[in-house]
Design a protein around this ligand. Structure first.
Ligand code: ADP
Length: 575
């Protein structure tokens, strides 16, 4: 590698030559150093001083004649030493600096690169030495950029802060550099090449790229992002915020986010919000806000305090999502479900009313018959009080049975508000099963109760789970309508293996599931029955899932027919 200084002049050279060398060397340094640091600039100034001193001494020594020769040699020796020290200092400083010095010949080929830590230096030397800048594997400069740069070089003009990337051999990594240079013109005014300083800006570029990525993510985020200072003054909003609220960024910068307040949330909510975030904790909740045009909207909001390295709150960032539509849809879906439930119950009630007439007919007919018997006995003589009491008891029994039927139907149809209570599932099954029979208009079905004792109570909306059981039992009973032989329906309750839920199974011995409904059994309006609505299973699954459970068809495990099974979590509040 060539030195920054020209080769050391022989002691025999004239002092003018030495002085010239020093002037050139120091001006070279100065050229570099103005680009580099003031510190190195000082070193260059010292060299210039030395040159001046040399010229002066030589002139006076010439005048003194031969006697001055020894003194001159000593002086030149000192100057040589000083020059070497300066060169060593320069190299050491360049080595410490994150920058490097480069030099090109008149053909723009790199002849020298000094400085930088050894590893990067090796890369630079390998990539650049002997090549023109645009011959190295560079990126980030277009053809036009290069053409403009080369035109500038052709004019021998200085240039500053040219930035480009060097692709490292066998690596995807880019080494980003920023260079400044100026032409080297010799004493005769001839162009000798270029020299200058290069700076490694890779870390800065990578940080910039990272920042760009992050800021693009924030800018293009599908959620609103708002950043305030510690006093709540807005410092940044992303485009989605502007889209959602109708405010332009300039309209909100410096203002407090309370401009969005609709007044719907209580002061306590805001107090709690501020206490949480000033404490350095995250706050999450839903706020009802107002757009610029006055429209109200719901937002799901997360406010995150941005902390400094010392843990102090620097800013607050709110990440907000407009959930107005979702809220409306949830409300609509809830309404739709309630309406479906209502219709299903009405349909069930209609069917039950017909069955009720039939069912009541029996005890009423019995009452009428036995009343006739009683009347007959009253007029007979001798009257038989024991027999009459027996008949009266039968009449009472029938009347009570009729009353019970009416009471159950009334209980089922009474106005209902959603309310979850700890409930004994076994008792519920025993109560609902006979009602389901009524609804299915089917007679002669034997109920087998296989109910696990000591089941924990489950927190459920009793009427909704009644509805599920009613649907499943009625389906089971109806599936057995045309089946020859014993019509048996098993109702099983169990605690699941891990004890987290109660599992209820309704097993019939009916005709099994028709192939055409298998695929979408739980889809609304899928039915094989001429007067079916196809809503029962869909509603039942919705209800069970709303309780945190699962409803599925378990096939014909019970020896033919179909088994429907559902779970209800034991722990309350699992939605
Ligand atoms: P619907 O009873 O009004 O038809 P559901 O949603 O309750 O509506 O049932 C949908 C269909 O699923 C029924 O029409 C029937 O074909 C089938 N299905 C339901 N339960 C059973 C069962 N236990 N055995 C056989 N098929 C059944």
């Amino acid at each position: 590698m060539r030195g920054i200084m020209p080769a050391m002049p022989a002691v025999t050279r004239s002092a003018e030559t030495v002085a010239d060398v020093l002037v050139v060397a120091s001006s070279r340094l100065a050229g570099v150093l103005t680009l580099q640091t003031l510190l190195l600039g000082g070193l260059a100034a010292a060299l210039l001083g030395l040159a001046w001193l040399c010229v002066r001494r030589f002139t006076s020594a010439g005048r003194r004649g031969q006697a001055g020769d020894t003194a001159d040699r000593a002086l030149i020796g000192q100057l040589n030493e000083s020059l070497q020290r300066s060169e060593a200092r320069f190299r050491s400083l360049m080595g410490l600096s994150s920058d490097w010095y480069w030099e090109q010949d008149a053909e723009f080929r790199f002849v020298e690169v000094i400085g930088k830590p050894p590893a990067a230096m090796a890369v630079l030397e390998n990539l650049l030495l002997g090549k023109r800048r645009w011959e190295a594997p560079v990126v980030g400069m277009s053809e036009t950029d290069w053409a403009a740069h080369r035109a500038l070089l052709a004019r021998h003009a200085p240039f500053r802060d040219l930035e480009y990337g060097l692709r490292l051999p066998d690596s995807e990594r880019l080494f980003h550099v920023r260079i400044s240079g100026e032409p080297i013109i010799d004493e005769a005014g001839r162009f000798q090449g270029y020299r200058g300083i290069g700076t490694d800006i890779t870390a800065r570029r990578e940080a910039e790229a990272q920042l760009r990525k992050l800021s693009t993510a924030v800018e293009q985020s599908p959620v609103s992002i708002l950043i305030t200072d510690v006093h709540g003054a807005i410092e940044y909003v992303n485009p989605r915020f502007c889209q959602t609220t109708g405010y332009a960024a300039a309209e909100v910068l410096g203002r407090n986010p309370r401009i969005l307040k609709s007044g719907a949330a209580s002061e306590a909510t805001y107090r709690e919000l501020w206490t949480t975030i000033t404490d350095g904790r995250e706050w999450a909740g839903e706020l009802h806000n107002r757009k610029k045009n006055g429209d109200l909207f719901w937002e799901s909001v997360r406010i995150i305090p941005l902390l400094s390295a010392h843990g102090e709150v620097m800013n607050y960032m709110a990440v907000k999502e407009d959930i107005t539509l979702r809220k409306e849809m949830t409300a609509r879906e809830q309404l739709r479900q309630e309406q479906m439930l209502h219709h299903a119950r009405l349909a069930a009630m209609g069917e039950m009313a017909a069955a009720l007439a039939h069912e009541l007919n029996q005890p009423l007919a019995a009452i009428a018959n036995f009343s006739g018997v009683l009347e007959h006995q009253l007029t007979a003589s001798p009257a038989d009080p024991t027999q009459m009491r027996e008949v009266a008891r039968t009449i009472t029994g029938q009347a009570l049975r009729a009353g019970e039927i009416v009471w159950r139907v009334r209980a089922f149809t009474r106005k209902h508000e959603t309310r979850r209570m700890p409930t004994d599932v076994n008792a519920l099954i025993r109560e609902v099963a006979p009602l389901a029979d009524l609804a299915a208009k089917s007679r002669g079905v034997i109920h087998d109760y296989d109910l696990a004792p000591d089941l924990p109570r489950v927190t459920i909306d009793r009427v909704q789970i009644e509805q599920v059981l009613l649907n499943l039992i009625r389906n089971g009973v109806e599936a057995m309508e045309d089946v020859a032989g014993e019509r048996r329906l098993r109702l099983i309750s169990r605690l699941t293996d891990n004890g987290s839920a109660v599992q209820i199974s309704v097993c019939d011995r009916g005709h099994g599931l028709a192939d055409r409904v298998l695929a979408d059994l739980f889809t609304p309006f899928v039915t094989t029955k001429p007067d079916g609505m196809g809503m029962g299973l869909s509603i039942s699954r919705d209800i069970v899932e709303a309780h945190g459970g699962r409803l599925w068809v378990a096939g014909d495990e019970d020896g033919g027919g179909t088994t429907f099974r559902f779970t209800l979590p034991v722990k309350a509040g699992e939605e």
